[in-house]
Ligand binder design. Structure first.
Ligand code: FMN
Length: 173
């Protein structure tokens, strides 16, 4: 296949794959590095490089799961609290081998939407690099990520746009 055919195939194959379809196997560190590296090639106006990604694995990931569950519980009126949803938040983070927080840093040099667009393109690069490596991934954007404090330092000029889940895929990519 020539380059154009390879690119077309990866773009067309990319799908959101959810933690229930990840194996227990670990993603090799060099592939995680490559996923993050690909993000940094996204176009960005005035070279503000507005993306901030933090990778959670192991113990830190377990703490992230607990914090997300605690935020969900605290933000729900008791009658709206769903045990299933609470458990699902923990299940998804624990089932993923690695989770990246997706944060946009607003530089003030360009409109905010341009920096969100640049971060989104960076995430697309991550999605495509995952696809090319047989890694399942997806962008999750629950509003409660904006309240993360212990797992993540979000500065005044930053906003958390969600979590990017990754795991070796059980389903054919
Ligand atoms: C900005 C953004 C936020 C998303 N947030 C969620 C989410 O919170 N929950 C979810 O299940 N999927 C989320 N997704 C994934 C979409 O649901 C998914 O891309 C869509 O269903 C199309 O499927 P595909 O990615 O396989 O093409 C998000 C995607 C984007 C681009």
């Amino acid at each position: 296949m020539n380059k154009a055919e390879v690119l077309k195939e990866i773009i067309e194959q990319r799908r959101s794959i959810f933690p229930k379809d990840y194996t227990e196997n670990e993603i090799p560190q060099n592939i995680i590095d490559e996923i993050l590296n690909s993000a940094t090639f996204a176009p960005n106006h005035k070279r503000t490089k507005p993306w901030r990604f933090k990778i959670f694995k192991g113990e830190e990931k377990a703490k992230l799961a607990s914090e997300m569950q605690a935020i969900y519980k605290a933000s729900q009126p008791e009658q709206l609290f769903l045990e299933k949803k609470y458990n699902d938040i923990g299940f998804k983070i624990n089932k993923a081998d690695a989770v990246a927080s997706i944060v946009v840093n607003f530089s003030g040099m360009v409109p905010e939407w341009e920096e969100i667009a640049a971060v989104s393109m960076a995430v697309q690069n991550m999605y495509l690099t995952c696809t090319a490596n047989g890694i399942g991934s997806y962008w999750s954007s629950p509003k409660i990520v904006e309240q993360l404090k212990e797992s993540l330092t979000i500065e005044e000029n930053q906003k958390c746009l969600g979590l990017f889940y990754m795991g070796i895929s059980n389903v054919a990519i």
